[in-house]
Ligand binder design. Structure first.
Ligand SMILES: [Zn+2]
Length: 673
């Protein structure tokens, strides 16, 4: 079969491995010849994070991936018009592939609406409303000057119902036709995208439909969004079997080195992923010895390069001890050097795979590498010397936080103020009682609703509350029927990083989710459906990026450590954020001044259950929640009388003389019931 594709990319299949679908091929874009299998480093904003152009060229990168969605927002297409395209703008002489923006519309926080004609979403830069249609996406990619453009597709989580996945797939097929028409006679290549979530029948239908269209290449989209690697591999194998032999095949957004090996074995030619540079920032290196994590104390003072089999600049120049040190002191050079090595390692792995396919030695190579590349966090031989005694000796400190033990249970203490998170009780038990049980989280996830239940976790800390929620939902019987969107807010991630360094003391962190959240700012689970997002930064700012909450776990440090969280104006903004919904907020304090601030801000305030040494805690209800049937015990005249006599009447940060809050409390509807 020959299709129109070969006219633009001149694709040549050179070899297919015996006993495997692995293939070696070559094709030519407007800028260079591309040898496959190949990996495309991700240059989201027309730059690969922390990497210089010279180093990327040196690594052998043949194609860079850039994100249309991000480039549309910044710098804007007019800049590409002015410079004559992305190649001149970033001075990159080889190929560029642009994605269409479909994945970002689906995956970034913020509202979006999908129509038959186009998708509508709010810009994360300035909150303006933007539209992207198949035609406008192609128009933008033409101006950006991509060698390879991608069709706009409708991504849905791999966990959605069959009917929803089918609907999105059908729209994707119609959009594929419209994209081809919009590309018209442009010499730029265009790839179609196979969708269908995690349903085998839909994937097959989509592969058959898309491969009938005259694209220059075929991509598998919508994977790497929550499914297991076995599911992904099965799906990849089923789809590649149906795609044309004489065109490149591209698995979008995948993955680790082991994932690449498995997908090449199943007939994929092209890949992109942020892992080589994003994990470098975390201190993780992909090496011929498996993954090495420079956060491990075992590497302190170790001589020799991080990968003895590597000839990249980093490995030729620096010892592992030096890289460990740079990571420890958060020196950005360390991130850059490790990223450089990781990109080189990925590129060399692809070249090695290609050589084995061409030499007829693929299968033995594949079987041998599976064990090596899968040696996740095989920290080299030194790891075995990290004993419990050594761990105890290590300073249990990071940034302003330290780990302390309360009856063998780990807690995080703020060394600046001396305040302990969840003092006087087991953090996991307190999280379970105060936040998960009291909010009736599991019952609310049984409600008949399609839209997710949104929980704000204010003050992620060591993730005790978020993980209590996740573990409860994972173990729920009956299983949750409604998806959960959990949004954690934190301005200083050191407490979680510190706790993750001491898994022996923090049982709730023995789970894949917290590390995924730290490295990707997100963790997605399919069954039960959980989407956990991290909004890093000031809560005062980041709360505007989150969907309105149904439930708020309000657990920041207290006023003496984190005063801005507890002021009247902070509660006013919070009340505004829940004004449209029936929202309940749970917090550990029962301070008179905090309750007065909540009342003055417009919340209704009820007594919460006691915990540890505290006889009582507090629940704040939005007016809608207060109007609905509830059995919360609202503060009454008795509290108001006490408040009148109290020396702590004023909300934190408010002037005693300013009477507006006093009036608001005294005339609150809650006390007229
Ligand atoms: Zn290296």
């Amino acid at each position: 079969m020959t299709n129109a594709a070969s006219r633009r990319l001149h694709f040549t299949l050179e070899a297919t491995a015996a006993g495997s679908s692995a293939r070696a091929a070559r094709f030519t874009t407007r800028h260079n010849e591309v040898l496959t299998p190949t990996f495309m480093p991700v240059g989201t904003h027309a730059a690969v994070r922390s990497q210089r152009r010279e180093d990327l060229l040196e690594s052998g990168a043949q194609v860079l991936l850039a994100n249309t969605y991000h480039l549309l927002l910044r710098p804007g297409v007019e800049i590409f018009e002015k410079f004559g395209g992305i190649h001149a703008f970033m001075n990159w002489p080889r190929s560029v592939l642009t994605d269409s923006g479909g994945y970002q519309i689906f995956s970034l926080p913020g509202s979006r609406t999908l129509h038959e004609d186009h998708a509508e979403f709010t810009s994360y830069v300035d909150n303006t409303l933007l539209r992207l249609s198949p035609e406008s996406s192609i128009e933008a990619q033409k101006v950006i000057g991509a060698d390879i453009m991608m069709v706009l597709d409708q991504c849905v989580p791999s966990t959605v119902e069959h009917s929803v996945a089918r609907g999105a797939m059908q729209v994707t097929h119609r959009w594929a036709q419209r994209s081809l028409a919009a590309r018209a006679e442009s010499p730029q290549a265009l790839f179609g995208i196979v969708q269908g979530a995690s349903y085998a029948d839909l994937r097959i239908e989509s592969a058959q439909t898309i491969s009938q269209m005259p694209f220059d290449g075929y991509a598998i989209g919508g994977l790497a969004v929550g499914e297991s690697s076995a599911q992904r591999e099965d799906c990849t194998a089923a789809v590649t079997e149906l795609l044309p032999q004489d065109s490149p095949r591209y698995l979008m957004g995948v993955g680790t080195t082991r994932d690449l090996l498995e997908a090449v074995h199943r007939g994929v030619d092209m890949f992109d992923c942020i892992l080589p540079t994003s994990l470098a920032k975390q201190g993780v290196a992909f090496t011929s010895l498996g993954r090495r994590d420079l956060r491990r104390a075992a590497y302190r003072g170790m001589e020799g390069p991080i990968d003895p089999a590597c000839d990249c600049y980093t490995c030729k120049t620096y010892s592992i001890a030096y890289l460990f040190h740079l990571q420890r002191v958060h020196e950005t050079t360390g991130w850059q050097l490790l990223g450089l090595h990781n990109v080189h390692f990925y590129m060399r792995l692809m070249r090695t795979m290609r050589a084995h396919i061409l030499a007829g030695t693929w299968l033995p190579f594949y079987h041998a590498q599976r064990a090596v590349l899968d040696a996740r966090d095989s920290y080299g031989k030194a790891a075995s010397h990290v004993t419990k005694a050594l761990l105890r000796e290590r300073k249990r400190k990071r940034g302003r936080y330290e780990v302390i033990l309360q009856e063998d249970v780990g807690c995080i203490r703020d060394t600046a103020s001396g305040e302990v998170m969840h003092p006087g009780s087991d953090p996991s038990l307190e999280a379970q009682s105060l936040y998960v049980e009291q909010s009736r989280l599991l019952e609310r996830l049984q409600e008949c609703a399609v839209e997710p239940l949104v929980v704000w976790d204010v003050g992620l800390g060591a993730a005790a509350n978020a993980m209590a929620a996740i573990l409860a939902v994972e173990n729920a019987n009956p299983a949750a029927t409604r998806p959960l969107t959990l949004v954690s807010f934190e301005n200083d991630l050191d407490s979680l990083k510190l706790a993750l360094d001491h898994p022996g003391y923090f049982k709730h962190l023995r789970h894949a989710a917290p590390r995924a959240l730290l490295s990707e700012n997100r963790w997605i689970n399919s069954a039960p459906a959980i989407d956990w997002l991290l909004l890093h930064g000031d809560f005062a700012v980041r709360k505007f990026d989150a969907p309105s909450p149904d439930i708020i776990f309000f657990d920041p440090f207290s006023f003496k450590t984190d005063s801005a969280m507890w002021t009247l104006s902070a509660f006013r903004e919070l009340a505004q954020a829940c004004s449209e919904k029936s929202t309940e907020l749970f917090t550990y304090t029962y301070s008179t001044s905090v309750r007065a601030a909540m009342l003055a801000a417009g919340f209704y305030v009820a007594k919460g259950r006691g915990t540890g040494p505290k006889a009582e805690t507090t629940i704040a209800l939005s007016p809608q929640a207060a109007a609905a049937a509830h059995d919360r015990e609202l503060l009454g005249q008795e509290w108001l009388t006490k408040w009148r006599r109290s020396g702590a009447q004023a909300p934190f940060g408010s002037l005693v003389d300013d009477g507006s809050w006093r009036e608001a409390v005294l005339t609150h509807a809650q006390f007229k019931l």
